[in-house]
Design a protein around this ligand. Structure first.
Ligand code: IPE
Ligand code: IPE
Ligand code: MG
Length: 252
């Protein structure tokens, strides 16, 4: 189906407020064309630019991209270094475009574990874009869901120890507020590219009721059309949140 036709199938009144994406398949894409893995990551940056702008145009308010996981530190050093350099270079280059498109950049993850230059560039762009209103782009860097939950539990335990919080008062709201993702609504839609059907330690707590869309498309080949397809798939789902279909259709 042509891009325009697909776009006409999207209900603009039901755009997911928060979309999260596990951007996977850069290495396989590069290998397929006989290139080094890093070439796939470079190509992946072009996809990021396009998806960010497509999401903003559709009216998505929050877009979280899994760019580097806690476990990705275990990759060969040469790939890790190349990824960090690519990150700094891309953020620098893309900042004017983020400004033009009204996009605010934020990050989740263990920023202190990133090379200091990397962290600095990121913080600069976070600062430059902080008043942008159209969409918030959240980059998950040196992030994993378990890492964030452990950090949150540590913070909560410290409050209990300091006598500021009763153990009985710990509820979903308290845990939520202690996470890196505290300021964002939970993702409505989670997309994973490259055909893998796993979460790989992404937003474990936050995706409790997210709709999940898996696509075999490798990240460097993921287009606006693939993004539209994911939204259409999302809009075809009935989000029941534990209730019955009848309750959902005729709310009391
Ligand atoms: C995703 O692509 C990007 C990162 C994890 C940084 P991969 O590098 O995982 O690509 P594949 O899965 O090996 O094809
Ligand atoms: C998940 O992809 C992490 C990111 C996209 C940043 P991986 O390629 O690291 O995941 P696994 O190893 O296939 O589970
Ligand atoms: Mg992968």
């Amino acid at each position: 189906m042509a891009e325009k036709e697909l776009l006409s199938l999207i209900d603009t009144a039901r755009i997911p407020e928060h979309v999260a994406i596990i951007m996977d398949g850069n290495g396989r894409w590069a290998k397929k064309q006989g290139y080094l893995r890093i070439f796939g990551h470079k190509q992946g940056v072009n996809t990021v630019r396009n998806v960010v702008e497509t999401a903003a145009q559709l009216g998505v308010k929050y877009l979280t991209l899994y760019a580097f996981s806690t476990e990705n530190w275990n990759r060969p050093k040469i790939e890790v270094n190349a990824l960090m350099e690519l990150l700094v270079e891309s953020i620098r280059k893309e900042t004017p475009r983020l400004m033009e498109n009204g996009i605010k950049l934020e990050t989740i993850g263990n920023m202190e574990s990133l090379p200091s230059g990397c962290n600095k560039t990121l913080q600069e762009t976070v600062e430059t874009t902080k008043n942008n209103q159209k969409m918030t782009l959240i980059l998950a860097l040196s992030y994993s869901g378990r890492w964030d939950i452990i950090e949150a539990v540590r913070k909560i335990a410290a409050s209990v120890k300091a006598g500021e919080l009763e153990p009985e008062a710990i509820d979903e709201k308290v845990l939520n507020a202690a996470l890196n993702t505290a300021r964002y609504p939970n993702p409505d839609l989670l997309i994973r590219t490259s055909g893998e059907q796993r979460i790989s330690n992404f937003l474990l707590w936050e995706i409790a009721y997210s709709e999940i869309h898996f696509t075999p498309v490798l990240w460097p080949e993921f287009t606006s059309v693939d993004f539209y397809r994911a939204i259409i798939d999302y809009q075809s789902r009935e989000r029941r949140f534990g209730k019955t279909s009848e309750q959902f259709l005729n709310p009391a």
